[in-house]
Design a binder for this molecule. Structure first.
Ligand SMILES: Nc1ccn([C@@H]2O[C@H](COP(=O)(O)OP(=O)(O)OP(=O)(O)O)[C@@H](O)[C@H]2O)c(=O)n1
Ligand SMILES: C[C@](O)(CO)[C@H](O)COP(=O)(O)O
Length: 223
C-alpha cells in the first residue's frame, strides 16, 4: 500500500493574512487541492491522509464542494508542531507499505520526483528529495562569519518517503525542536537516509513572495 501523508496543520505565521496559506488560490485553485492532485496523478490508488487543524476542517469541506473536488482522502487533526501533525496522521496508517510525508504547501512537486522517491524507498526504506545550493553559503560564528563549501550541503524537500513500520517507530521518539523534517526523526534512530534528486519548482510556499513565484511558475507553463 502507498500512503501520502499531506501535512497542512501549521499556522502560516510567515505568510500572514486571514486565509491560511494552504487555502490561498493559485491560478484560481486552492494550493492544497493542487498538492493532492499531484499525488493522484502519480498513483490514482494512493491512500491520502490530509492533516488539517480541527478548526479548518469544515472550511475545507466547503471549499471541496465549491470546487467540485472529489479526490478521496482521510482527514486527520493537526498538532502543535509539524512533528505532532505527522504523528497524528500516522495513526491512520494501518497496513504495511510506504508512507510519503509531504508539505501541503508544496504543490509543484513533479510526478517524476514523487515516483523516484517511492520507487527508491521500496529498496532503501528512507528516501528524501534534495536540490543543490546555488548561492554561496556563510556559517555564522558569533560576531564572525566564514564561507563554507556549498558542495557539502543540499536543500531538502518533500515528499520524504519511508517504510511505514520504520516511520511509525521513529515517531514514537520524544519530540525535540531539532526535528524539522521526517528525515531528522528517522535519523535519530541511527537509520541512514538516501538522497534523491528533487525538482527546483517544488518550492515551499512560506511567504507572500513565494506566492508571486508560484503564480509565475503557473503562467510560464513550467508546471
Ligand atoms: N503544527 C504544524 C506545523 C506545520 N505543519 C505543516 O508543515 C508544512 C511546513 O511548515 P511551514 O511551511 O513552516 O508551515 P507553517 O508552520 O504553517 O508556517 P509558519 O512557520 O510560517 O507558521 C506546512 O504544510 C504546514 O502546514 C503542520 O502540519 N502542523
Ligand atoms: C520539511 C521541510 O519542508 C523540508 O525542507 C522543512 O523542514 C519544513 O520546515 P518548516 O519550518 O516547518 O517550514
Amino acid at each position: 500500500m502507498e500512503y501520502a501523508l499531506i501535512v497542512a496543520g501549521g499556522k502560516g505565521l510567515r505568510m500572514g493574512g486571514e486565509l491560511p496559506k494552504q487555502f490561498l488560490p493559485i491560478g484560481g485553485k486552492p494550493v492544497l487541492m493542487r498538492t493532492l492532485e499531484a499525488f493522484y496523478a502519480y498513483n490514482p490508488e494512493i491512500h491520502i491522509i490530509l492533516v488539517l487543524p480541527l478548526s479548518q476542517q469544515s472550511y475545507w469541506t466547503e471549499l471541496c464542494a465549491e470546487h467540485s473536488f472529489s479526490l478521496p482522502h482521510t482527514v486527520a487533526d493537526g498538532g502543535e508542531t509539524r512533528f505532532h501533525s505527522v504523528k497524528n496522521g500516522l495513526s491512520h496508517v494501518t497496513t504495511p507499505g510506504l508512507v510519503g510525508v509531504h508539505d501541503g504547501v508544496r504543490p509543484f512537486v513533479s510526478r517524476e520526483v514523487i515516483a523516484r522517491c517511492y520507487e527508491l524507498a521500496a529498496e532503501k526504506k528512507a528516501v528524501i528529495p534534495v536540490i543543490d545550493v546555488v548561492e554561496t553559503v556563510r556559517h555564522l560564528k558569533g560576531e564572525e562569519s566564514v564561507t563554507v563549501s556549498r558542495d557539502e550541503y543540499k536543500l531538502v524537500q518533500t515528499p520524504q518517503v519511508f517504510d511505514a513500520d520504520l516511520l511509525k517507530q521513529a515517531y514514537e521518539q520524544p519530540y525535540t525542536s531539532f526535528f524539522t523534517d521526517d528525515a531528522s526523526v528517522v535519523e535519530a534512530m541511527g537509520v541512514s537516509v538516501y538522497l534523491a534528486a528533487g525538482n527546483r519548482e517544488n518550492i515551499k510556499i512560506t511567504t507572500p513572495f513565494d506566492l508571486k513565484i508560484a503564480a509565475a511558475l503557473l503562467d510560464s507553463c513550467l508546471i
